[in-house]
Design a protein around this ligand. Structure first.
Ligand SMILES: [Zn+2]
Length: 228
């Protein structure tokens, strides 16, 4: 059985970007695993990290990552994918103190590159994917670049997805033609929408409403993958 493994920076990126590809593989009988890197908790977030929770409408006393891990399990269940959650801390917990900093250069004191490369190498060894997917890091989120660089360091054959919804507002789109273009059929699109809609806490912030998310997914005709 073909095993497809998607390495997602955050709890939503793989479904948002390649939900249709993953759904099509699952329907074809392939095994699908989504490994999400940055799902770790801190007990009592403060400052920008807390603001990132509050601006999603999630109260301070709620365990935000536990909520998001549950959303991810629901998204994976749409297509019968396995969810793996690595307990690594996302950028707001590593000294990136503003929205601007999330899309800026990597901090000199950020020790996550070596940690992440080791963690992903272990996952890839264990999961033994036939198809390995990760982010192109369109939009330049520092965590997306960390995953792209870690996967490059591991050196396995790899296909990189165009990060969505960043893709729709980015100016640095890939100039090279895609290695694989997956045209979405109605089943793919329905599965992608159902997966995306499971990330309830992110929809208002990213899209405005469930209706707007549905419109955005309806406008996607294909998912493109690029050789690393
Ligand atoms: Zn992300």
């Amino acid at each position: 059985m073909t095993h497809v493994v998607a390495i997602s920076p955050h709890l939503d990126d793989a479904a948002f970007s390649v939900g249709g590809v993953l759904a099509a593989h699952a329907r074809a009988g392939d095994r699908v695993t989504i490994v999400t890197c940055f799902t770790g908790n801190v007990a009592a977030p403060t400052g920008f990290a807390l603001a990132c929770q509050l601006d999603k409408g999630v109260d301070a006393e709620v365990d935000y990552m536990a909520l998001r891990r549950a959303e991810d399990r629901a998204a994976c269940s749409v297509i019968g994918a396995q969810a793996v959650h690595l307990p690594l801390l996302e950028a707001p917990h590593r000294g990136y103190g503003s929205a601007h900093a999330l899309f800026g250069p990597r901090r000199n004191d950020d020790t996550m590159p070596a940690t992440l490369t080791g963690a992903l190498a272990a996952q890839v060894d264990t999961l033994a994917p036939d198809v390995l997917l990760g982010p192109l890091a369109i939009g330049d989120h520092v965590d997306h670049w960390l995953v792209r660089d870690a996967l490059a360091a591991i050196g396995r054959p790899l296909l990189l997805w165009e990060d969505w919804p960043y893709l729709t507002r980015a100016s640095d789109l890939p100039s090279a033609p895609a290695t694989r273009t997956h045209r979405l059929d109605d089943e793919d699109r329905a599965a992608r929408l159902a997966m995306c809609a499971a990330y309830t806490s992110q929809i208002g912030f990213q899209f405005g409403s469930l209706h707007a998310l549905a419109d955005a997914v309806a406008a996607v005709t294909a998912e493109r993958l690029h050789a690393a």
